[in-house]
Design a protein around this ligand. Structure first.
Ligand SMILES: Cc1cc2nc3c(=O)[nH]c(=O)nc-3n(C[C@H](O)[C@H](O)[C@H](O)COP(=O)(O)O)c2cc1C
Length: 374
């Protein structure tokens, strides 16, 4: 496939402000959450503060932090993933939020529990039992004991406690990570959730209960004016073709309990934003989420780049790509906000360059940037 590189569309609509509850962001660009594993013992360093500040200074409207984990023994899969609990880590996050605000940006932590997903590149044994819906870690590993009622209640409370800290530290919103096969998504997917109690069931509405209760706990820790973002995906780390919802109707049944529990924005993770979510039309996942829920959505996936991120993380380079297809969908009203990942790793000034139409100055994504921390 030939990748178009020139953008001829008007990108000015992406620089219109956007408001939800009491939050206004100055443009439609969101920094996608990206794990960088630069927080030894879970505590973000000065480098982390400077990294986020740099993106805020260069006009990113809303920064979503990398996944930062709740207070459960097995919530992370890498010792250098940041915590969103404990005095030291929270003091460091305070510095991050303050730095972003001083630069005129807005920021939300992405609160995370990895559930069954281990990172095989990292040697790490969690100091407590692995939390999962049904004990399935890999397709070929033996099954572990599933979470019991107490583990479920404690985990929901830990998500609520993290949201409480986000409010205390002055963050502008909270994103709950409900995607990619991690804990909340482990409950959504019929392949990984085989429970027959009230946390499972044959329908996606039943399997959405755990996510909805997490959302309710997070919502109740937040003031009314503060927005709650929920990230979801069809694909999983163990299966890129997985589908939680087979049809738009199922998608509606999936999102309804989450919206009722207090979600304000659905962040719909795809690896390529231009791919249709269902056969009925060319709408992508964010387009369908907006259509079935009536709520604002964020799209993501290879915006401004020729190749997708899994290959990128595994060493593939991506070249700059035209924004014309993105604008066609945005102008049609398919989604409200656009998350950008690797393009912002390659170039903190990416948004600024787009605003000034400096398309010939955009950088390729070279996987070497993952080794640096600029
Ligand atoms: C290095 C790296 C780390 C990532 N870590 C996270 C994460 O912590 N949470 C998350 O929801 N997605 C994570 N993602 C996925 C991104 O948020 C985003 O959806 C993906 O990179 C696609 O956007 P892009 O094509 O613009 O890079 C990560 C992606 C990359 C490249």
């Amino acid at each position: 496939m030939t990748v178009m590189t020139t953008t001829s569309a008007d990108v000015a609509p992406l620089f219109e402000p956007f408001s939800v509850r009491d939050l206004t962001v100055k443009n439609r660009f969101v920094m996608a959450p990206m794990t960088r594993s630069r927080s030894p013992r879970g505590v973000p360093t000065q480098e982390v503060v400077d990294y986020y500040r740099r993106r805020a200074q260069s006009e990113v409207g809303l920064i979503l932090t990398e996944g930062t984990v709740i207070d459960r023994p097995s919530s992370k899969n890498d010792p250098n993933v940041p915590h969103f609990h404990g005095t030291e880590a929270l003091a460091a996050w305070q510095e991050v939020a303050d730095a972003v605000h001083a630069a005129g940006g807005r920021i939300a932590p992405q609160i995370w529990h990895v559930g069954p997903r281990r990172d095989h590149r990292v040697e790490w044994t969690p100091p407590g039992p692995v939390d999962t819906a049904s004990g399935l870690v890999d397709f070929d590993s033996p099954r572990l004991p599933p979470m019991d009622e107490k583990a479920i209640a404690d985990t929901i409370a830990a998500f609520g406690a993290a949201a409480h800290e986000a409010v205390r530290l002055g963050f502008d919103a909270v994103e709950v990570h409900g995607a990619h096969g991690y804990l909340i998504d482990d409950f959504f997917w019929h392949v990984s959730n085989l429970r027959s109690d009230r946390w499972g069931g044959a329908t996606v509405r039943e399997r959405a209960r755990f996510g909805a209760e997490v959302v309710a706990a997070v919502r109740s820790a937040m003031p009314k004016g503060m927005p709650l973002i929920f990230r979801l995906s069809q694909w999983k780390g163990v299966d890129y073709d997985a589908r939680v919802a087979q049809t738009p109707q199922e998608m509606a049944e999936w999102l309804e309990p989450l919206a009722d529990a207090g979600v304000d924005i659905f962040h719909c993770s795809q690896r390529r934003f231009w791919e249709a979510a269902f056969d009925q039309s060319d709408l992508n996942l964010a387009g369908w989420a907006k259509k079935v829920s009536g709520l604002p959505t964020i799209t993501v996936g290879s915006v401004g780049l020729s190749g997708e991120f899994i290959a990128g993380v595994n060493g593939e380079r991506s070249e700059p790509r035209s924004l014309d297809e993105l604008m066609r969908r945005f102008d049609r009203g398919d989604f409200d906000l656009v998350a950008v990942g690797r393009a912002l790793l390659a170039d903190p000034e990416w948004v600024k360059k787009i605003r000034h139409r400096q398309f010939n100055q955009l950088r390729a994504f070279d996987p070497e940037v993952l080794k640096s921390y600029y």
